[in-house]
Design a protein around this ligand. Structure first.
Ligand code: NAP
Length: 246
């Protein structure tokens, strides 16, 4: 039987790590992508292997073309043809009003969230089109439709672009047997908030969430895993909101 080989960018922690573990349970061999934290990525890979599948870690900046090429080439050399991609790596940039955000931060958010997703999707499309099948799931955000005024409109704008990419690429690649979807999480309990100096953010905004709590990474991973699975075989071009109703 054909092996499922799935690249998860930003797999070293948070939603990406939960996705690696969940996909492993579903029988995927997993490529744990990460930027800096090799040790965390290796710990995720160890846990993936406990499910009886294969795992490799590859450090790569998804916003850098040569890194993306190395990520996929390394994955294919070690595990075989890539059949799945989860575009999860992302950054928020600083919290606050757009007027106060400097250009370097804007550039980084656009380059990681949008250019990185484009570069990885392009590389995956090249491989998958040649083989006539494949699945891509993009990790967007509920911010794409909320706009996130006062928090990070720059981040929200990149995620709206990811939604458009999802719709367009799904239509472009459908005839090639490739499905493309997105998951749009709401506020999820990960380190992404603390890394920008707001560790209590997930709990603090709970009152504005109909389900009255932040999401857990495993709850997002479950939605990603469904979109990756044959159960979603007729689902493409959709953005699945997983946000506690917000
Ligand atoms: P996180 O805990 O901060 O983890 C981010 C991951 O992305 C880490 O593995 C990090 O690698 C990796 N990464 C960052 N920049 C990268 C780059 N340039 N190249 C490659 N990898 C890079 O984030 P998270 O909360 O799990 O978020 C994951 C995704 O969900 C993001 O796209 C985010 O926008 C989206 N999301 C999150 C929330 C939320 O509330 N948490 C809500 C909606 C959407 P290393 O640290 O290993 O270097």
């Amino acid at each position: 039987m054909k092996r499922l080989v799935t690249v998860v960018t930003g797999g070293s922690r948070g939603i990406g790590a939960a996705t690696c573990l969940r996909l492993a349970e579903d029988g995927h061999d997993v490529v744990v992508g990460y930027l800096r934290d090799a040790k965390a990525a290796e710990q995720v890979a160890d846990r993936v292997r406990q499910s009886g599948v294969r795992a490799v870690c590859v450090g790569a900046d998804t916003a850098v073309e040569a890194d993306v090429e190395r990520l996929f080439a390394s994955a294919e050399r070690q595990l075989g043809p890539v059949t799945g991609l989860v575009n999860n790596a992302g950054v928020t940039g600083p919290f606050g009003r757009l007027a106060d955000v400097d250009t370097a931060d804007l550039r980084q958010v656009v380059e990681v969230n949008l250019l990185g997703t484009l570069l990885c999707s392009r590389r995956a499309a090249q491989t998958m089109t040649a083989r006539g099948n494949g699945v891509i799931v993009n990790v967007s955000s509920s911010a794409a439709t909320l706009g996130s005024p006062g928090d990070y409109v720059h981040y929200a704008a990149t995620k709206a672009a990811v939604d458009t990419l999802t719709m367009g690429l799904a239509r472009e690649l459908g005839p090639d047997g490739i499905r493309v979807n997105a998951v749009a999480p709401g506020i999820v309990d990960t380190e992404i908030h603390a890394r920008r100096g707001d560790p209590d953010r997930a709990q603090r905004v709970s009152t504005s969430i109909p389900l009255r709590r932040p999401g857990q990474p495993e709850e997002i991973a479950a939605a990603i895993a469904w979109l990756m699975s044959p159960d979603a075989s007729y689902t493409t071009g959709t953005v699945l909101r997983v946000s506690g109703g917000r």
